[in-house]
Design a protein around this ligand. Structure first.
Ligand code: N2P
Length: 357
């Protein structure tokens, strides 16, 4: 009986030892500087072959998770309990996360490929000196439309979306800043406006668009528009370029009143367990050949000048996605409006969404 007990204890000890060893080997810090790397990125925002190549080259296993808005990403990181090593927020989110001390500084000495980034995308006001972030993609917000389905309508102004001929024909991307921005811009206000009267007017204007809105959707917006399930979409530029690859009938415009110019950068959240691996991953994505392939795959605009030089002219010369500085000067970058005001934008967007139901 005694030996049975001893055996039982031995088995138990061995089982615990095995469990401990497995979790140690899997944990990012434990084993030779980190064998896993958790990347948190927008949906449809990387060529999966590049992840596989990085894993092979580095011996690091990538755990890949996605989000579909800055708000969702920030909430998750703010709540804690996550172990993201790399994330890809937009500029106003970076500024907010910096203020909340949610980011680790980037060690430029570990990023030999940083020199490939076009200087016009470095040192922007949301992160002077790129202390906390490294450019990934950039773009605009605009209207993608199918000329055959819009009864001759053209889209020079945001207000063209309110035309009754577009009844149940518009898909909107599920982003508070994008949709509120459209409402504000359509009234001639800044998409960073914080005046309560203007914000309420924008929400009212959006509710008047309701009869034309078929749905507010995430990444499926691309498939729905390419399949002609709707005639018009409020989208990010790179999604438009992907849709237009699928269906050549469609076109993309940035309305005359102006719109949003955005920058998505790679950051290392405070939650990181594999800081060295995070730098290796970022440097890998900055390699011109990798960045060029990534650009071709996702359809967004690359800030990597040496990647751009590798791309075919029909991509790099397309003014709809690499707009002239004359157009970009008219566009606005989202400001970090502060925790309270950003929550208010979310609230108004939610009220608009509820109104549709
Ligand atoms: C990719 C979304 C890109 C986000 N699906 C624009 N900031």
């Amino acid at each position: 009986m005694k030996s049975l007990v001893r055996m039982f204890v031995l088995v138990l000890v061995a089982a615990f030892a095995l469990m401990y060893l497995t979790s140690y080997l899997n944990s990012s810090e434990g084993y030779s500087g980190g064998r896993t790397l958790t990347v948190y990125n927008w949906g449809d925002y990387i060529d999966p072959d590049l992840i596989a190549e990085f894993e092979e080259e580095s011996g690091i296993k990538v755990i890949y998770q996605t989000f579909d808005s800055n708000e969702a990403m920030m909430t998750k990181i703010e709540q804690g309990g996550t172990t993201f090593d790399v994330a890809v927020p937009s500029e106003y989110a970076i500024s907010k996360m910096k203020a909340e001390e949610l980011l680790l500084p980037i060690d430029h000495a570990k990023l030999a490929n940083l020199s490939h980034i076009d200087p016009q995308f470095m040192n922007l006001s949301f992160d002077p000196g790129n202390e906390y972030s490294v450019p990934y993609f950039w773009g605009t917000v605009g209207i993608v439309y199918n000329p055959a389905l819009v009864d001759g309508l053209e889209f020079h102004s945001w207000n063209d979306l309110w035309d009754p001929r577009l009844h149940n024909q518009i898909l909107l991307v599920d982003g508070a800043r994008e949709v509120m921005g459209m409402g504000l811009n359509s009234l001639g206000y800044s998409l960073n406006d914080t005046n309560e009267e203007h914000l309420q007017a924008a929400k009212k204007k959006l509710t008047e668009l309701t009869p034309n809105v078929k749905a507010i959707v995430g990444d499926e917006i691309k498939m729905l528009l390419a399949n002609e399930e709707a005639a018009v979409g409020l989208v990010w530029s790179g999604d438009a370029s992907e849709i237009m690859d699928e269906n050549e009938e469609l076109d993309y415009v940035v309305p005359d009143e102006g719109s949003n110019l955005w920058f998505d950068n790679m950051v290392i959240p405070k939650t990181a367990r594999n800081v060295d691996g995070a730098h290796r991953f970022i440097n890998f994505m900055l390699d011109p050949e990798h960045a060029a392939r990534n650009t071709e795959y996702v359809g967004y605009s690359t800030p990597n000048k040496d990647a751009l030089a590798l791309l075919p002219e029909d991509i790099s010369g397309d003014e709809r996605f690499y707009p002239s500085s004359e157009l970009t000067r008219k566009l606005e970058v989202y400001d970090n409006l502060g925790k309270k005001m950003l929550a208010h934008y979310n609230e108004l967007f939610l009220e608009f969404k509820m109104h549709r139901k």
